[in-house]
Design a protein around this ligand. Structure first.
Ligand code: HEC
Ligand code: HEC
Ligand code: HEC
Length: 387
């Protein structure tokens, strides 16, 4: 009995001592002093164990799709490289002053299973600077990061620049010349350079279908969409942080820039069987009346009568992107402008096969600029891109 009382007393004294130290402000919280090796070991051990246990049961989807790696690389350059470095990319000096210091990642990837990487990127790590994914709904985007992380350890710095910055092979960094300083006079210049890493300078996306085509989309839809990302009403851990960081006038200028570019399409995927295309076309034109699915063409074209500019043009858009958006609509995770609710009811009753057929059909149509579609064409002229 006495022993128990003694232990309890000692515990209480230790607690009181600790509390006094904390209250007097004598505990070191300075990042510059780092952790004691023992503290660092315990924290990292706790993190490893937690990630290992809590990622159990996460099912890993196929990760070898080049579009996933490309999408992951684009975001890695926005959101991770400053803290973690990459092939040919140094960590920022400021990030290196954090405690714990973010590790240089390429050499760390082999220590983790894909589902563990997924868990870390989605949830972040408490008591460190490692952030969680900005859009909880978008597990597909987190998997894109995992696909890229797994490819990174063996990646050359040229390949990294190609993927993350959109540089073509053999192209080296531009020399610093007065010409190179021109973006300083054009306030939109540096912003556009960033957009173009992913959406390409001609607004056509980068092939592969990782990034949607913006060129020729209606200005009203582009602006409504950028505002929806900025306000968190359309969910994407990739686009939300980018749009939220820009002034309303810049969003307006960007929407008008991409709307004015000629519509280009490089969907160039191997053509699906014509039976699938015919099924897609029939679905797009008639919908599925018995299941309450409306005609897509009524709102998205192709058709000759004017369309609401808030209804995006989807002809010549990448099939992978279209299917992904339909899947998100079906499960209620797409969000968007104030018009987005009409799509939720339209997409809800589509089967996965129907979504694929519709995505393939629209991707196979020539890309069209929104204004051309909004203009009524004479009844005698054939419906462009239609049957
Ligand atoms: C603000 C800095 C910061 C940013 C931005 C950041 N991280 Fe981290 N990350 C950290 C820190 C600090 C740790 C170390 C956590 C620890 O030691 O427990 C970490 C740990 C990790 C780990 C585990 C590494 C290991 O072996 O311990 C992975 C994987 C990771 N981050 C991936 C990412 C990815 C992918 C992104 C971008 C989506 C990202 N991080 C963005 C700071 C950052
Ligand atoms: C790191 C790559 C990346 C960068 C940089 C980027 N985007 Fe995006 N963008 C994406 C991805 C991925 C999507 C699809 C997101 C989704 O699923 O909602 C997207 C979607 C969009 C959309 C919606 C397209 C549609 O059809 O609904 C617009 C508009 C857009 N981006 C504009 C911009 C602008 C403007 C910039 C520059 C300020 C920019 N993006 C920078 C990757 C990027
Ligand atoms: C009543 C009009 C209407 C109908 C019918 C309709 N849509 Fe939509 N659709 C919209 C609107 C509005 C949006 C834009 C939502 C937003 O982001 O604000 C949209 C968005 C989309 C998108 C995302 C485009 C992008 O760039 O992100 C796809 C894909 C799509 N619709 C496909 C379809 C298909 C396939 C059908 C037929 C089953 C269909 N829609 C029927 C109005 C409609």
């Amino acid at each position: 009995m006495r022993v128990l009382v003694a232990i309890a007393l000692m515990g209480a004294l230790a607690g009181l001592g600790g509390f006094t130290l904390v209250s007097l402000g004598l505990v070191s919280v300075s990042a510059s002093s780092g952790h004691w090796p023992a503290t660092a070991w315990v924290l990292h051990y706790a993190m490893r164990r937690a990630v290992n246990t809590q990622s159990m049961g996460i099912r890993v989807p196929p990760l070898d799709d080049p579009a996933l790696v490309l999408k992951g690389a684009g975001h890695y350059h926005t959101g991770c490289v400053a803290c973690h470095g990459g092939p040919g990319q140094r960590q920022s000096l400021i990030a290196r002053q954090m405690t714990p210091e973010p590790p240089f990642l390429p050499s760390r990837i082999a220590h983790w299973e894909p589902q563990e990487l997924f868990w870390i990127v989605r949830n972040g790590v408490k008591f460190t600077a490692m952030p969680s994914w900005p859009a909880r709904q978008r597990e597909d985007e987190v998997w894109a990061l995992v696909a890229f992380l797994r490819a990174m350890p063996t990646m050359s710095s040229e390949r990294y620049r190609q993927l993350a910055l959109g540089e073509r092979a053999g192209e080296t960094a531009k020399p610093v010349t007065p010409d190179h300083l021109r973006p300083l006079q054009d306030p939109l210049g540096p912003v556009l350079t960033n957009c173009n890493r992913c959406h390409a300078a001609d607004g056509g996306g980068r092939g592969e279908g990782a990034f949607p085509r913006l060129a020729g989309q209606s200005e009203a839809y582009l602006l409504g969409t950028l505002q929806a990302y900025a306000k968190g009403e359309r969910h994407s851990g990739i686009m939300q942080p980018i749009a939220a960081g820009l002034e309303p006038e810049v969003l307006q200028a960007l929407a008008s820039h991409y709307a004015q570019l000629p519509a280009v399409s490089r969907t160039g995927a191997p053509m699906p069987r014509s039976a699938t295309l015919a099924e897609g076309q029939a679905l797009a034109e008639r919908g599925v009346p018995e299941r309450g699915v409306p005609s897509c063409a009524h709102c998205h074209g192709p058709k000759s009568s004017p369309r609401n500019p808030m209804y995006p043009t989807i002809a010549g858009q990448y099939a992978g992107y279209l299917k992904q958006q339909l899947e998100l609509f079906t499960v209620g995770q797409r969000g968007g402008s104030e018009y987005a609710h009409v799509m939720h009811s339209a997409a809800q009753r589509l089967t996965p096969e129907q979504m694929q057929a519709l995505a393939d059909y629209y991707a196979s149509l020539p890309a069209q600029s929104a204004p051309a579609l909004a203009e009524p064409s004479p009844a005698s002229s054939p419906n462009s891109g239609g049957d």
